[in-house]
Write a protein that binds this ligand. Structure first.
Ligand code: DON
Length: 307
């Protein structure tokens, strides 16, 4: 598949003049410091080969992409029982919206909007002190990517905890409805640290590979989840992974994907490989502007699609 390296290099070169497009997230002050011209891409293929272009080895704040890994942990811990606490429908609203919570009895629409992710974090915390839950997630992503150098950026976590008023509102609202079982400040502490995971495109593509390989990681030989569970997580990424931009992403790219406000996107081509892109500038709905375009070009040039 050396063709794939040529395709990746071609996309990187073509889009390089557009680096810096979009708006870097500033509501988490630490994220505003990132160089907007960063641009990396990586692919981990199910045949064990990896491909990279640009700033593919530089760790960035994966933010909401961590919600995929936390959801996988929650399903492992509580199984399908989690769906009494969080829904599986696209929200059609912004990632940090509070509007549906009141009409829908404090049950968030899906595990990828902030409210849903906070509920999922609460599920993973069962039986754990907050510090242990953070440790469990860190061990999990290191195991998935087969890379012990992955860390959490404490400055980003702190920066978000100092400005996370909206997430505090969502968490308090859910707690009032009985949909959080731990103290709000503990759940938020874990949530802010999970979002502050720092990973490179290469690490992220490797960590997401189990979703492309029927639940197993061909690089390590580990069986992470069942094929059925991998399919279901992919379905949620396709329908909800880009918030109110999910329909547009499915239309343009045609692959399950999860974005983060750090400018990263993890996309999955089932049976083929997982792809990570990073460009910090965001579009109007908070997803990486250049990253989405790069994935659209990659899907067009390779023919990868779930449709
Ligand atoms: O909770 C927040 O607002 C951030 N830690 C994560 C949001 C995010 O990544 C939304 N993605 N596009």
């Amino acid at each position: 598949m050396s063709d794939l390296q040529t395709i990746l290099d071609g996309i990187h070169e073509e889009l390089s003049p557009r680096r810096g497009e979009g708006k870097v997230a500033t509501y988490i002050p630490e994220l505003a410091k990132v160089d907007p011209r960063k641009f990396g891409m990586a692919i981990a293929a199910v045949d064990g080969s990896t491909y990279r272009a640009g700033d593919a080895e530089e760790p960035f704040s994966i933010q909401s992409i961590s919600k995929v890994f936390m959801l996988t942990l929650a399903l492992g811990k509580a199984g399908e029982g989690i769906w009494t606490r969080v829904g599986r429908e696209p929200s059609g609203s912004a990632f940090n919206s509070i509007v549906q919570l009141e009409h829908e009895a404090g049950i968030p629409r899906n595990p990828f909007i902030n409210a849903g992710a906070i509920a999922v974090t609460d599920i993973v915390m069962a039986g754990h002190a907050p510090r242990e839950a953070i440790g469990e997630l860190l061990r999990f992503v290191r195991y998935l990517a087969d890379d012990d150098t992955i860390t959490i950026d404490d400055k980003v976590a702190k920066s978000e905890s100092q400005t996370g008023y909206r997430n505090a509102a969502l968490a308090n609202f859910m707690r009032a409805y009985g949909n959080l079982t731990h103290p709000v400040e503990h759940v938020l502490g874990v949530y802010f640290h999970q979002c502050a995971l720092a990973m490179s495109c290469v690490q992220l593509a490797k960590a997401g590979l189990f979703l492309a390989a029927r639940g197993g990681n061909p690089l390590t030989g580990h069986n992470v989840v069942s094929a059925r569970r991998a399919k279901r997580i992919n379905a949620l990424m396709l329908t909800c992974g880009h918030y109110d931009g999910s329909g547009d992403f499915a239309y343009r790219v045609g692959l399950p994907g999860k974005s983060g406000v750090g400018g990263g996107i993890l996309a999955v081509a089932p049976g083929i490989g997982s792809i990570a892109v990073w460009s910090p500038g965001l579009n109007k709905v908070g997803n990486s502007q250049l990253g989405s375009i790069a994935l659209e070009m990659l899907a067009a040039r390779t023919g990868w699609s779930v449709f």
